[in-house]
Design a protein around this ligand. Structure first.
Ligand code: IPE
Ligand code: IPE
Ligand code: MG
Length: 242
């Protein structure tokens, strides 16, 4: 009667046999402070954050991580000054062009998650083109833009209700933006704050959390390995005993 609900969790390993998460979420926080400390405008921090992001993608591919989800812009970030929002949007556009042109040594299959209907038709077209450009890459990346975890849960419930489907954990999971991959085993937040800020609320039910004071533009390969070491050090019980 009480059959196994969850499929056996498969362990992911890198090319040298080290245990790795299959999916990592990154809350890339601290760009603004990084810039302010250097007497630079906040947008310069986002540019530096973009460079860190590209390197982290490459390190994750090298470590055989199937999927990453990066928090680039939340539904709450519209509260920021217009100048900063415009700077961020400009950066997103530049990065999309760069990605489409295939200028990077290694790439991932990109999916933008969040409500993209608020963006201009040109921006939405560019997002679709970016997704198309590397759709056959084996490693996957979700870029959360105008993303909110609560909005995502409401959206899933609405899809199910409107189509008359049963609402279960299974059907809800299937209607999350990240349903093409496993839930994140690890969520990393830089910048010192210990909160989710509306990131992957549904998917993080059993994630491990790694918080670091390092600001996102300074998050490098060594820092990534520290987060992975932490992940390997925790005992994951999922409510059971070991
Ligand atoms: C995170 O860095 C990036 C975005 C929210 C786009 P912040 O801009 O929040 O940097 P801090 O937290 O102000 O330092
Ligand atoms: C979270 O950072 C959002 C992103 C990294 C895109 P915020 O800087 O917006 O979060 P709060 O305001 O510290 O919670
Ligand atoms: Mg912040």
């Amino acid at each position: 009667m009480f059959g196994r609900i969850f499929r056996k969790k498969q362990e992911q390993k890198d090319f040298s046999g080290l245990v790795m998460p299959r999916h990592i979420g990154f809350i890339m926080d601290g760009n603004g402070r990084w810039a302010t400390r250097r007497g630079l405008p906040r947008v310069a921090g986002h540019t530096a954050g973009g460079e860190a992001f590209k390197k982290i993608c490459e390190y994750c591919i090298n470590r055989n991580i199937d999927m990453i989800t990066v928090y680039a812009f939340s539904t709450e970030n519209w509260k920021r000054p217009q100048e900063e929002i415009e700077g961020l949007m400009k950066l997103f556009v530049e990065n999309m062009h760069e990605s489409i042109e295939g200028k990077r040594a290694k790439d991932m299959a990109i999916t933008f998650i969040g409500d993209r209907t608020v963006f201009s038709p040109e921006m939405q077209k560019l997002m679709a083109e970016t997704e198309k450009a590397h759709e056959h890459c084996p490693n996957k990346m979700n870029i959360a833009i105008n993303y909110g975890g609560r909005a995502e849960i409401v959206r899933a419930a609405r899809i199910l209700a409107e189509s008359g489907q049963e609402i279960t954990e299974e059907t809800m999971s299937r209607n999350m933006y990240t349903s093409h991959g496993p839930d994140p085993e690890l969520i990393v937040r830089t910048g010192g704050e210990k909160r989710l800020s509306n990131f992957m609320l549904w998917q993080s039910a059993y994630s491990e959390f790694y918080f670091t004071d390092v600001l996102w533009p300074d998050f490098d390969e060594e820092q990534l390995d520290k987060a992975l070491d932490y992940y390997r050090s925790v005992s994951r019980r999922f409510g059971g005993i070991k």
